[in-house]
Design a protein around this ligand. Structure first.
Ligand SMILES: *Cc1c(COP(=O)(O)O)cnc(C)c1O
Length: 408
């Protein structure tokens, strides 16, 4: 039997480069066209009316031009097609940010009268905040994974988890959780693992959420979010996106499609470096605890014995900034930044210690990164200040507390 190149399933690395671009050769172009139109002219307003009716009642992607850019965009649609292929779902719907994607998902369920959410901590700080504050009219029950089935009520619209979780990298058994959800959709935030390391839909998650701002874009220059799911749910998400306006800009769609093409290479290279840094940190007496997922990945988290603020102040090669998934390495203190908005007690009880640092490992050389971490872990501000002269810099004058002394 001969194999047919168009029907044989292709490997992830191949899909990453080719998905969403199948028509380019026929179009006679190599790079995807970037369509910046906000509106689409038509002399046939009867046909436009029919297309608007069709979208309003079904949420299906319009056939032909989108009428108006809030309905759909062909460049962004290429990114959606590619991401769905990588996650192994029928469809994907892109939004202006990860938070816009989560908001639309919640609104779909709340709009059906299902306002109760069951969720497992930790989640990304702002996801936690959106649920805890009930900004969209949802009500959340926080549970351990073992408590999910018992927490589900007739009005439960969603179960939400992150694995590996931001920022502790705690891992969950997604298959067992999907089972516990019964008919309630499980939303798995797959931002940290990316489809290169984990495809939650294969474990039964109906909704796979990404902050595309992170690994999918991969270069720290585009903000976006996306939900990969079945076409039924995608239609509802498109209707909410149309009505609430959290659309992804087409240039962002273009950059995200481009980012996907190097995703497998970036994630694998950075993960190898992260695994080595995690190994060295776990043998280091200045580190109290290292968190590194069994799944692997390019994120590491560690609790320092000394003052985490001094480590942030001490890095020179690693960028001291929130966010993650860029080609350059970033480090931040979750209790001060990414999870600041979560109440202190909730933060601590979910494992986000005040000593915890979260590092997103980029594509730099492992020895250069280790040297920078090593210096930052040893340095106190006066010693690590970049000025060459011996006069103490103004930053070195800040008051010291006892635990800033780094143990030998
Ligand atoms: C950053 C992040 C989000 C939010 O995404 P934005 O693009 O910043 O809105 C959601 N989940 C996780 C795990 C994140 O790291």
């Amino acid at each position: 039997m001969t194999t047919n190149a168009s029907t044989t399933p292709r490997a992830l690395a191949t899909e990453a480069v080719h998905a969403g671009r199948e028509d380019l050769a026929d179009l006679g172009v190599h790079a995807p066209p970037l369509d910046l139109s906000t509106t689409y002219p038509s002399y046939d307003s009867r046909a436009e009316a029919a297309r608007i009716d069709e979208f309003a009642t079904t949420g299906a992607r319009p056939d032909g031009p989108p009428v108006y850019a809030r309905l759909d965009n062909p460049t962004t649609a290429r990114f959606e097609t590619a991401l769905a292929r990588l996650e192994g779902t029928e469809s994907a719907v892109a939004f202006a940010s990860g938070m816009a994607a989560l908001t639309a998902t919640l609104m779909v369920r709340i709009g059906m009268g299902l306002h109760h959410v069951v969720a497992v901590r930790p989640l990304y700080g702002c996801s936690d905040h959106l649920l805890t504050a009930g900004l969209l009219g949802s009500e959340v029950t926080w549970v351990d994974p073992a408590g999910i089935a018992d927490a589900i009520r007739p009005d439960t619209g969603l179960v939400m988890v992150e694995s590996p979780a931001n920022p502790t990298l705690a891992e969950l058994d997604l298959r067992a959780i999907a089972h516990a959800c019964g008919s309630v959709p499980l939303l798995a935030d797959n931002t940290f693992a990316t489809p290169v390391l984990q495809r939650p839909a294969e474990s039964g998650a109906r909704l796979v959420l990404h902050s595309a701002t992170k690994y999918l874009g991969g270069h720290g220059d585009v903000m976006g979010g996306v939900v990969a799911c079945d076409e039924d749910f995608a239609r509802k998400l498109r209707q909410v996106r149309f009505a609430t306006g959290g659309v992804l800009h087409p240039l962002a769609g273009y950059l995200l499609l481009r980012g996907l093409s190097t995703l497998p290479v970036r994630v694998r290279a950075a993960s190898a470096t992260a695994a080595e840094l995690a190994r060295r940190l776990s043998e280091d007496p200045r580190i109290a605890r290292v968190h590194y997922p069994k799944l692997g990945g390019a994120m590491i988290a560690f609790e320092v014995a000394g003052d985490p603020h001094e480590v942030i102040a001490g890095v020179r090669l690693i960028t001291p900034a929130v966010s993650l998934g860029s080609v350059d390495s970033l480090i931040q203190h979750p209790a001060s930044i990414s999870h600041r908005i979560v109440a202190e007690g909730d933060r601590r009880s979910s494992g986000v210690s005040d000593k915890l640092l979260r590092m997103s490992v980029g594509l730099e050389d492992v020895e250069d990164l280790w040297r920078d971490l090593d210096c930052a872990l040893s340095a106190r501000r006066a010693e690590s200040a970049p000025s060459a002269d011996s006069a103490p810099s103004p930053r070195a004058e800040s008051p010291r507390t006892e635990d800033e002394t780094v143990p030998a």
